[in-house]
Design a binder for this molecule. Structure first.
Ligand code: IMP
Ligand code: MG
Length: 178
């Protein structure tokens, strides 16, 4: 069964404002410090590039990317997380912020943060744009969070449903096709 773009949940303007706020928060906490920002591919890409431009040069920001297995064509988590692309930098002794699109069951982010913590960074924090709090299976400690959202499957602003809809500039609820 396919999905279509349903009701608008969060507008482009609301996202823009929130991303700026998150950027300002991170700038306050890490002013002039070196931070490796880890983008979790592919969903976080759009948020990541906007967030990093909001941060600008107030932080000595470095880019790196990590890919884990996704939901595939389903809207439910398989619960199985696997690394598909690892970082290209050594994070030992560095400040690291993981940037992710959405926190759902918490399986992905708890796996990723345990993996990176094992590499002994100086500090490790998580920044997510969306949080579906009521779906949590595994606890995840998030320092920077954009929006807490209801238990709906959302698309747009990087978020996909079976690889579709990532390029929408706002966030919509995915609805099953009639
Ligand atoms: P978790 O491991 O269950 O916390 O799932 C996190 C991952 O599931 C995210 O990185 C997304 O790729 C995906 N995901 C969870 N909810 C949604 C959604 O509503 N829309 C699109 N992707 C989602
Ligand atoms: Mg993702």
């Amino acid at each position: 069964m396919g999905y279509v773009k349903g009701r608008l949940l969060i507008s482009k303007e609301e996202i823009e404002e929130k991303v700026k706020e998150l950027g300002a928060q991170i700038c306050r906490d890490y002013k002039d410090k070196k931070v490796i920002f880890v983008c979790v591919l592919k969903g976080a890409v759009v948020f990541y590039t906007d967030l990093l431009r909001a941060i600008g040069d107030k932080v000595d920001a470095r880019f790196d990317f990590l890919a884990i297995s996704s939901y595939g064509a389903s809207t439910k988590s398989s619960g199985i997380v696997k690394i598909q692309k690892d970082l290209s930098t050594d994070i030992h002794g560095e400040n690291v912020i993981i940037v992710e699109d959405i926190l759902d069951s918490g399986l992905s982010l708890s796996y990723i943060s345990n993996l990176l913590r094992d590499r002994s960074p100086k500090s490790l924090e998580i920044c997510v744009l969306f949080d579906k709090k009521e779906r949590r299976v595994r606890p995840v400690d998030v320092k920077y969070c954009g929006f807490t959202i209801p238990d709906e499957f959302i698309i747009g602003y990087g978020l996909d449903c079976a690889e579709q809809f990532r390029s929408l500039d706002a966030v919509y609820i995915a609805e099953p096709e009639e």
